[in-house]
Design a protein around this ligand. Structure first.
Ligand SMILES: Nc1ncnc2c1ncn2[C@@H]1O[C@H](COP(=O)(O)OP(=O)(O)OP(=O)(O)O)[C@@H](O)[C@H]1O
Ligand SMILES: [Mg+2]
Length: 244
């Protein structure tokens, strides 16, 4: 049965979600998350609470045992991943995934696969990426594996943006990066919501950095909601919820 639409501007909603990898064992146990338009919503929590599981369910890689996933008010549970991409969902998984032996340009071009026959459109989207990330323009003919970790993340994000998503699911975008490169990546993500009309659902362990760019925050505990609120409300609570 179709769930009623959300009424408060949520572009993507995970509603009362139960998800697991084995039958009868739910990692997510009634998770509720709303990603609001043009905002960065962060889902925070310790190792193993189910953050990545939530994003996999949102993207259609895992089928929930109960609950719903809604995109702009409509359930997308029956919608396969490739259709979710057409509807505007994009996912950047925790494990970085650029093709290191291909050039920057070739990596970006792969992101335009669905409209590959329209060369002009591919070109335009590539140029938009070089404008967004000028360093990628300078290095467009370089092999991606030669770029710094942060720049490789830029290639990955740029490739994802080729499809002009409405909602970007991002899983720990700065894992393994130095503090300086991390700040660059978070700055880049923050700029996307203002420049590119994008809604971001960010999953992270980097609580301080995530709080800096997030508008709204959910804290999970073992597959359930623990706290939620505007990012500004979390400054004083930081220690309390993180030590717990
Ligand atoms: N492919 C899988 N098969 C079986 N169990 C899994 C699988 N992936 C994750 N799990 C289990 O699900 C639980 C939640 O994992 P998940 O990867 O969602 O956590 P997380 O919050 O993203 O953690 P981290 O911060 O370490 O990335 C863990 O207990 C994990 O062992
Ligand atoms: Mg994870």
């Amino acid at each position: 049965m179709a769930s009623p639409p959300p009424t408060d501007g949520a572009v993507l909603e995970l509603r009362d979600l139960y998800v697991g990898y084995y039958r009868d064992l739910n990692i997510l146990q009634g998770l509720n998350v709303k990603a609001r338009r043009n905002r960065i919503t962060a889902v925070l929590g310790a190792n193993g609470v189910g953050k990545s599981t939530a994003l996999r369910a949102a993207f259609g890689f895992l089928r929930p045992n109960a609950g719903d996933v809604l995109l702009e008010g409509a359930s997308i549970l029956p919608v396969p991943t490739y259709e979710r991409i057409r509807k505007g969902l994009a996912y950047i998984p925790q494990q970085p995934g650029v093709f290191k032996d291909m050039t920057v340009e070739e990596n970006l071009e792969l992101g335009g696969w669905t409209f590959r026959r329209d060369r002009r459109q591919v070109r335009e989207k590539m140029e938009a990426n070089y404008e967004r990330f000028p360093v990628l323009g300078d290095k467009r003919r370089q092999v991606t594996g030669e770029l710094s970790g942060g720049q490789q993340r830029m290639v990955e994000i740029g490739r994802t943006l080729m499809a002009e998503p409405k909602v970007l699911l991002v899983d720990e975008p700065t894992a393994g990066l130095s503090k300086m490169l991390s700040e660059e990546v978070y700055g880049m993500l923050a700029a996307l919501t203002t420049r590119d009309d994008l809604t971001i659902l960010l999953v992270d362990q980097e609580i301080r950095q995530a709080l800096k760019i997030a508008d709204y925050v959910y804290v999970l505990e073992l597959g359930r909601n623990k706290f939620e609120g505007e990012a500004s409300e979390f400054e004083d609570l930081e220690k309390a919820f993180w030590v717990a």
